[in-house]
Design a protein around this ligand. Structure first.
Ligand SMILES: Nc1ncnc2c1ncn2[C@@H]1O[C@H](COP(=O)(O)OP(=O)(O)O)[C@@H](O)[C@H]1O
Ligand SMILES: [Mg+2]
Length: 226
């Protein structure tokens, strides 16, 4: 379970360009939920996702994953939480172009504190779950956008995190491919992962059971569709 309690995030604190991007966000997300975070550009969606992902710290409030209190203590500590508990997928895939599909997905295994007995097999299994196991040795640079995003999802789940976060994961894809990628997220959610997707696409958000809207750094609506 994820729990945010009155989270504030300030960029450039104390400087003339100081900006409060999150103004007291409180939120509970249970294990196994499929959640969309929507809102206008600049609303604070990415800031919220980066906070959840432990990419960025926050300035006030409390954050818990399961029973663990998440605090920025050191970059090493933060990296450990990211590695073990959270997978993240970005709009631009962020693959290493001159690595193969398999090499890209094996990369996070190098940083894991819990080592896999057979890293190659773990990576291959992650790629199976996104239907990319037939392209293990293709270079990332040669893939289509949809294939790249599948590989990025495999990389995000290879350490078996409970939580999968995605920031506009279909933003760079055509609508047919976007819908296929959404099917991948739904399948992973059906297998038990908590999936949180930032999107401005109503078609994507509409496929999520819960839709949270953020505006100007606060949650303005939180709806669950039965
Ligand atoms: N690294 C940063 N430094 C300073 N301001 C930032 C930074 N990232 C985002 N912001 C500002 O914080 C606000 C929220 O941004 P963001 O979370 O990226 O919104 P969204 O993802 O909803 O478009 C915006 O006003 C943006 O300009
Ligand atoms: Mg954003």
């Amino acid at each position: 379970m994820i729990k945010l309690n009155n989270i504030h995030k300030i960029y450039n604190a104390g400087k003339p360009n100081e900006l409060e991007a999150l103004k007291g966000v409180s939120l509970e997300i249970k294990d196994g939920e499929l959640v969309a975070i929507i809102g206008k550009s600049g609303a604070g969606k990415s800031t919220l996702l980066h906070t959840l992902a432990c990419i960025d710290g926050f300035d006030e409030g409390e954050y818990y994953i399961d029973e663990q209190k998440i605090q920025y203590l050191s970059e090493k500590e933060y990296a450990k939480i990211r590695n073990e508990k959270i997978g993240i997928v970005m709009q631009d895939f962020a693959l290493i172009d001159d690595f193969t599909v398999l090499e890209n997905v094996m990369l996070p295994l190098d940083f894991a504190s819990k080592k896999k007995a057979n890293p190659k097999q773990s990576a291959t299994e992650a790629l199976q779950s996104v239907a990319m196991e037939t392209m293990l040795h293709s270079y990332a640079s040669k893939l289509s956008g949809g294939q790249k995003q599948r590989v990025a999802i495999a990389r995000a789940i290879v350490n078996e995190p409970g939580i999968l976060l995605a920031d506009e994961p279909t933003g760079a894809l055509d609508s047919k491919t976007a819908s296929e990628i959404m099917d991948v997220f739904k399948a992973l959610n059906a297998k038990g992962k908590t999936v949180i997707i930032v999107t401005h696409d109503p078609g994507i958000a509409g496929q999520c059971r819960r839709i949270i809207e953020i505006a100007d750094g606060v949650i303005v609506s939180d709806q669950t569709n039965e």
